[in-house]
Write a protein that binds this ligand. Sequence first.
Ligand SMILES: [Zn+2]
Length: 356
Amino acid sequence: MLVPTEPIGSIPRPIELIDAIAAHPGGDPNDLALQPLYDAAIRDTIARFEATGSPVITDGEQRKYHNFWTYCVHGLPNTAPDGFQIPFAAGHVRRMPRLTGGPFRYKRSADEYLDIALRFAHVPVKQAVISPSALSLMYPADEIAGYPRDQFIEDLLNEHESEIRSCLRKGADKVQVDFTEGRLAVKIDPTGKLLHSFIDLNNLALARFSPEERQRIGIHTCPGGDRDSTHSGDVDYAELLPSLFELKAGNFYVALAGEKDRIRVLKIIRDCLKPDQRVFVGVVAPIDPHVETPEEVRDRVLEAAKYIPIEQLGTTDDCGFSPFCDDISTTRDTAFAKIRSRILGTELAAKIIGGS
Ligand SMILES: [Zn+2]
């Protein structure tokens, strides 16, 4: 395919599943009562994804319980609920757990989701995982007695590496590392120190993989997308992108459709992108209720192709359609309509670029 196209990951859950999870907020994702709802949600999501013509799909992250960030640590006994907070422009706050003691181990790994998706899928499946930098925010400011921060970081890198390796081994088409906190880091710390510490940490993880493996690993950046709002949409991409492309990954999934000045962002990407990297630019915006037409998508791809070499260009969604499970601001119908436009619009552009 001349211009590859991939989703980010999440699709809004069916309302019956959201209601069942909301009935037990501190509950267990393996609760037997939830399993038939999960199975139905995954089957329906994969069938509808394939019906869009998407060459690569996901399971819609239906089983990522509360969200894309804490799925692997939800329910750990050595945590407390009062951890790091993400304030969104809409006025609400999302919160992650705080680590209270070592050792740090994942409670579950994303390859479990891949196992199930691969049973139902007829086309390649990608799998998103959370970044080490996001999970590093679980460690409190004051050192945990008997469990130094350095030991935590080593345990975290081991857990993350083994999650990615399991996904690659089981046949994930790509493994996408969700790095929404990159742009947020610039907002929290305008000096850039926090962002650079995140880049260094994630590069420690990426350095554990071979160049061939890194061609199947990607990084997703966005200003956040929850209840139709962002957490860092006001942060200038120029503060983030040069550092982002220092990450030793082969693929980058960059929110672009929702940006005010796309040309400016494309020029920055052009200047930062390395020869062994491909950038998938966002051509539909999940937090915008307007369903983009295939023609609008086509024009965005052609615009991007003026700045990015075609062999290094792909398209994607700006973000997941429901990174947090209780977000009902977008319907499943709208999400799949936008994905269909992304597929059709990318094909239209590829035909023009390819000269047919
Ligand atoms: Zn995102």
